[in-house]
Design a protein around this ligand. Structure first.
Ligand code: TYM
Length: 338
């Protein structure tokens, strides 16, 4: 990253499906301390959710739900801008311009599109294919420099770097866009399914037992941890002992992230113990940490008008940053001034 760019954090989350523990530990929880270190913008990327069919009313409601989860999880709207992507037209406008910079070959390499489309590639929306370009526009509309995300978004942020670099080269404006850095943090950057240690915990897994939703009640949390898949051995005493034991590794990573310790420290505590004792402590810790977030989310969700007001304020703040940057992009590429 060039020294000419002021640090700015940008990250986002789709309002699709159930917000879960992976979203919290891989993203929101890591955003909280950054708010006091540099300007932060946290977007609810509702236009990204249109890439796969979603009921319009569900989308509207889920946009509020994600905003509520940001705030309940510790994002302070007085320190950070929280807003829906569609509230700032600069995202869509810049996405078009950047889609003329990005190359088809680059998008063809995106593993998430391949996973989501599977064998059904021809039937997917154009938006799903172009999705990472919109993500690059999200970040670059603010000249974002730091992008804290879970491990699964790393490739997309790297694509945003490539797009930024090509724009700067093509138009002879070295350093116009910063090259944003993906920040993959903590021991739970890739939380796995509770039913299968090889699959990512995901909003769309048909099995609800595969994930802890941020809306789950305490009983559900305890039951899901009890049922979580394990192996028959006691927990190991060293990190190497977790090799080939994805379920044990996942549950320990979750414990470590929730208690702000490293996996090594968690192993010092639980090494040689049976899963039963460990799971009891994990369930208790999870209820203690997730319970208050769930309750605060519900409280915030009960006042939709207040949430909408917050989102509108956030959009105004965000637009004040993005609009001059995108106006400059229009000028650089030769579009008429508005
Ligand atoms: P999304 O909505 O799928 O996920 C939101 C955030 O949660 C992280 N995450 C996880 N972290 C750990 N373990 C998991 N199992 C797990 N599942 C999800 C994601 O890595 C992400 O940080 N394309 C993005 C949203 C986006 C965005 C952006 C992010 C759009 N524009 C600009 C950053 C910057 C997405 O679909 O995330």
């Amino acid at each position: 990253m060039s020294a000419t760019h002021k640090p700015l954090v940008f990250s986002g989350m789709q309002p699709t499906g159930n917000i879960h523990l992976g979203n919290y530990l891989g993203a929101i929880k890591n955003w909280i301390p950054m708010q006091r270190q540099m300007p932060c913008i946290f977007c609810v990327v509702d236009m990204h959710s249109l890439t796969i069919w979603v009921e319009p009313n569900e989308l509207r409601e889920n946009t509020r739900k994600i905003a509520a989860a940001y705030i309940a999880g510790g994002i302070d709207p007085k320190l950070s801008a929280i807003f829906p992507q569609s509230g700032v037209p600069a995202h869509a406008e810049l996405a078009w311009i950047l889609s003329c910079v990005a190359r088809i070959g680059w998008l063809n390499r995106m593993t998430q599109f391949k996973e989501k489309a599977g064998k059904n590639r021809e039937a997917m929306s154009v938006g799903l294919y172009a999705y990472p370009v919109l993500m690059a526009a999200d970040i670059l509309a603010y000249k974002g420099t730091h992008v804290p995300v879970g491990d699964d978004q790393k490739q997309h942020v790297e694509l945003a770097r490539d797009i930024a670099q090509k724009f700067n080269n093509d138009f002879g404006v070295p350093d116009f866009f910063p090259l944003p850095e993906p920040m993959i943090m903590g021991p739970a950057a890739r939380v796995m399914s509770l039913r299968d240690g090889q699959a990512k915990m995901s909003k769309s897994d048909p099995s609800d037992n595969s994930r802890i939703n941020l809306t789950d009640d305490n009983d559900m949390i305890v039951q899901k941890i009890k049922k979580a898949r394990t192996d028959p051995e006691p927990l190991p005493t060293s990190l190497e002992g977790l090799d080939g034991r994805p379920e044990a590794s996942n549950l320990l990573g979750i414990f470590a992230a929730l208690s702000d310790i490293t996996k090594e420290q968690a192993l010092m505590r639980f090494g040689n113990q049976q899963f039963l004792a460990f799971k009891n402590e994990l369930a208790e810790l999870m209820v203690e940490k997730i319970g208050p977030i769930r309750d605060e989310m519900a409280r915030l969700m009960s006042d939709a008008a207040e949430l909408d007001r917050l989102l509108r304020d956030g959009a105004r703040q965000a637009e004040a940053i993005a609009e001059p940057i995108v106006a400059e992009v229009r000028r650089i590429v030769g579009l008429v001034a508005r």
